[in-house]
Design a binder for this molecule. Structure first.
Ligand code: UD1
Length: 339
């Protein structure tokens, strides 16, 4: 019988791409989401790609009672992938309690259900934001964590602590994946990133500018200590990120973990500047982007990219897709949204 996986935030950006890869790998998937930052139509996109959609439930995981009721009815999961969370850095600064309440109470409610129903495995969405500006690059999993710059980042650090304490207390194994910068969309252009309002992140802002929804992209800062003066990140194709979740679920459910709580960097190992991204986007998609240089954005770090050796060796996973593929798929998805 195929293994049954619960994907929280299943209609979200990374959740939907991971659901596709899980279904394609033969897993039975139950997706839950409160649709606060995603649309139910995402399920149609998944169905077009895989031929089948996951079982879906609209559940708000921050609602203790609703979460307990959901798990009481359906307690048998081989693993949970917990994506559901708010993720806008600026919004978290303006409204910190909303972030602590939503991101942390949902995790606590999920872990409570795991302990009660003896669900053994969880994969958690963490972020490279926990490293802040690392002292040395590339950044490994053993690098010290820096005090978080935003309540959003802090929820990821606290969540990792909550998980560490829970695996000590209960019969639970966990893998936290620290994502670098996910970009792009499924090659079919049936699913992708659906930003709510004005995008905060670089690539959706680029694609919306290229299609004419935004007039101009602002490049935040050209006085960083980098080759071209713009900030550097490790941009990873969202489908490569999805594949990392399959590797993590396999490792947990096949009892291959070496510790009850393992943490992996999920990036490409390569850094690209904001101008690199703009130039590559223009080249692969044969267009010109309207952009201007403005001041640095508050809270941004200068440069970060991953040392992925540990993930490559232990998870048996590597990122395969190129930056060109990522930026082409992002543009194909934006054009799909426009039709
Ligand atoms: C941020 C968070 C990350 C989080 C992610 C998800 C930090 C340090 N990073 O990533 O943890 O998972 O958001 O939302 O908290 N840029 C522009 N113009 C724009 C937009 C962005 O120049 O209009 C630049 C930024 O200054 C940055 C790069 O593009 O150098 C990437 O920005 P973005 O896509 O927002 O991601 P991060 O800030 O790296």
């Amino acid at each position: 019988m195929s293994k049954k996986i619960l994907v929280t935030g299943g209609t979200g950006y990374i959740g939907s791409h991971t659901t596709v890869e899980l279904l394609k790998s033969g897993y039975q998937v139950v997706a839950i989401d409160n649709l606060s930052n995603s649309k139910i139509e995402v399920l149609d996109g998944i169905k077009k790609i895989v031929g089948t959609a996951p079982e879906f439930h609209n559940v708000d995981l921050a609602d203790k009672l609703a979460t307990a009721l959901f798990f009481d009815k359906q307690p048998n999961f081989d693993a949970i992938i917990h994506f559901a969370a708010y993720k806008a850095v600026g919004e978290s600064v303006a409204n910190p309690l909303m972030y602590y309440e939503n991101n942390l109470s949902s995790l606590v409610n999920v872990l409570t259900a795991m302990a009660k129903h003896k669900i053994k495995n969880i994969v958690f969405s963490s972020s490279c934001t926990v490293y802040g500006q690392p002292d040395t690059l590339p950044v490994t999993e053993l690098s010290p964590l820096k005090k978080a710059d935003s309540p959003y980042g802090n929820t990821k650090q606290i969540a990792e602590d909550i998980i560490a304490d829970s695996v000590r207390a209960f019969d639970i194994k966990a893998i936290a994946l620290r994502y670098f910068n996910p970009i792009g969309a499924h090659a079919s252009a049936q699913i992708g990133e659906l930003p709510n309002g004005t995008p905060n992140n670089l690539v959706p802002f680029i694609t919306q500018t290229a299609i004419g929804i935004r007039q101009e992209l602002s490049v935040f800062g050209k006085d960083y200590n980098t080759e071209d003066g713009t900030a550097i990140r490790d941009y990873i194709h969202v489908c490569d990120l999805a594949d990392a979740h399959i590797a993590a679920v396999n490792r947990l459910t096949e009892n291959k973990t070496k510790h009850n709580f393992e943490i992996f960097n999920i990036g490409t190992g390569k850094g690209n500047s904001v101008l690199d991204i703009i130039k590559t986007f223009e080249q692969v998609n044969h267009l010109k982007l309207n952009y201007k240089i403005v001041d640095r954005r508050a809270g941004d770090i200068e440069k970060v990219w991953a040392d992925t050796t540990f993930a490559n060796q232990e998870l048996g996973w590597t990122s395969n897709r190129t930056l060109e593929e990522s930026l082409k798929s992002a543009w194909d998805w934006e054009k799909h949204l426009d039709t």
